[in-house]
Design a protein around this ligand. Structure first.
Ligand code: UD1
Length: 417
């Protein structure tokens, strides 16, 4: 159990380097097995999910190791197309290995990713797309077995711009016969990052960042070197912490456009934001004001992953903030814990109302999930007195040395393992 001890009420001041993106790293690590190749990745965060992805690669027979923020993978040797449940359940996005294994050897056996805290997380779009490409798929509610003598290109229309489904199709299509078109594709920066990596392996992928991605199947086989993009959700989290606590924080090594919707709402709530090249500085003078209605949407809309941390930043904002959560059905689990600090949050289905309170009072909380846990840290930093967050490993799945980074900008926070 990780136990976070926070003494709230301090202003945050200083500069902070933002880690590489977890959600860009994981599909790129899976992509490294689509062909026999050597891969070097830089700026990979040291996280539990990354470690789980590398263990999956080693289980498949590849060489995979992380030294600080560099990852080395050699997928020349590859001995297995099945991933055991014990490894699958460690990382929810392990389903991305399905497309990668089909691309490499025409076969994948894996267990279904476990039930998620954010609500149902079906993979029907992934399976339907792979079937359209010629995969035969058997599922028994616990395990999936996919097989294809040779995948072929297909014209696929996604009814919802699913990030994971877009990534799985991209990977499977890289070695399929002919051209695959994904209409209604997700447009997240992580999709563009995956395309860049696949192209550096020698694959033919275009259109990422638009709603149509085109993959021309071939046999990619180059030595790929890639620098992982900065994590826009970690950047958003630190920006929200600065907004909630007051002070001035400079985020370094970021791509401001990637989290511009979050910065927009922080600016609307009274923070000054300055973006220059790869740096964003955010200053907050004291009590924020409610920024109006926030509605989560696929990129370039407001990210669902930043919803809990922005909610936490606005608990003391003057007025009422309304949030509509459109991506996940159960993404307000942090709310009941935040109420224990004195927050006034009303939830009805996908709608949340946050009525700003004068002050929050520290108490002990239980982290519910990755971003919900981060939201509790922010609320604790903005609360009077001491807050203790008991965390069963959620926050460490996405935030690298977060206690150290927050202390460096003046937070009084200590992580007990
Ligand atoms: C990815 C991110 C996650 C982020 C999410 C939305 C990674 C590792 N994770 O998750 O942090 O919150 O995008 O931006 O990159 N859906 C279906 N059927 C499917 C697939 C998805 O109904 O086959 C639904 C999901 O239940 C969910 C919504 O679509 O309600 C979004 O899911 P998706 O975009 O696929 O998210 P992930 O790729 O799982």
């Amino acid at each position: 159990m990780d136990i976070w001890h926070i003494r709230g009420g301090r202003r945050l001041e200083g500069a902070c380097f933002v880690q590489g993106s977890k959600n860009a790293s994981l599909p790129i690590i899976a992509a490294s097995v689509i062909c026999p190749a050597r891969t070097e990745l830089m700026n990979v965060p040291q996280l539990k999910d990354v470690d789980a992805a590398l263990r999956i690669l080693r289980h498949l027979g590849c060489v995979a190791e992380q030294r600080k923020n560099d990852v080395y993978i050699d997928s020349t040797y590859f001995s297995c197309s099945a991933i055991p449940h014990s490894l699958m359940e460690e990382m929810r996005s392990s389903v991305i290995f399905m497309g990668a294994l089909l691309a490499r050897c025409g076969e994948a056996r894996l267990s279904l990713p476990g039930g998620c805290q954010l609500g149902k997380r079906p993979i029907d779009l992934h399976l339907s797309a792979l079937r359209q490409m010629g995969a035969e798929i058997e599922e028994d509610g616990q395990e999936i077995y996919c097989k294809a003598r040779k995948l072929h290109g297909a014209e696929i229309s996604l009814p919802f711009a699913s990030v994971g489904a877009t990534e799985n199709i991209m990977l499977a299509a890289c070695t399929a016969k002919g051209k695959t078109l994904i209409h209604g594709a997700a447009r997240e920066p992580e999709i563009v990052a995956l395309q860049d990596f696949l192209c550096s392996l020698g694959a033919d992928v275009t259109g990422a960042g638009t709603d149509t991605v085109v993959i021309d199947g071939m046999r990619p086989q180059k030595h790929a070197v890639c620098r992982i993009i900065p994590d826009r959700i970690v950047a958003s989290t630190i920006a929200c912490a600065a907004a909630a606590c007051g002070g001035k924080v400079e985020l370094r090594g970021v791509i401001p456009e990637h989290f511009s919707t979050v910065l927009y709402f922080l600016n609307k709530s009274g923070c000054d934001i300055m973006s220059k090249n790869r740096t964003v500085s955010i200053s907050s003078q004291g009590r924020l004001k409610a920024p109006g209605h926030i509605s989560t949407q696929p990129y370039p809309g407001f990210p669902t992953d930043a919803q809990p941390v922005l909610m936490a930043a606005l608990l003391k904002a003057e007025g009422c903030t309304r949030i509509t959560e459109n991506i996940f059905e159960n993404r307000y689990r942090q709310a009941s814990e935040l109420r224990r600090l004195g927050a006034d949050i009303v939830i009805e289905g996908r709608e949340a109302e946050i009525w700003g309170v004068e002050c929050l009072r520290g108490t002990s909380l239980n982290a519910t999930d990755l971003r919900g846990g981060a939201a509790m840290l922010i609320a604790g930093l903005a609360a009077d007195g001491e807050t203790v967050v008991f965390d069963d490993g959620h926050i460490g799945r996405g935030y690298e040395r977060f206690d150290v980074r927050l202390r460096a900008i003046g937070a009084d926070i200590f992580l007990e393992y």
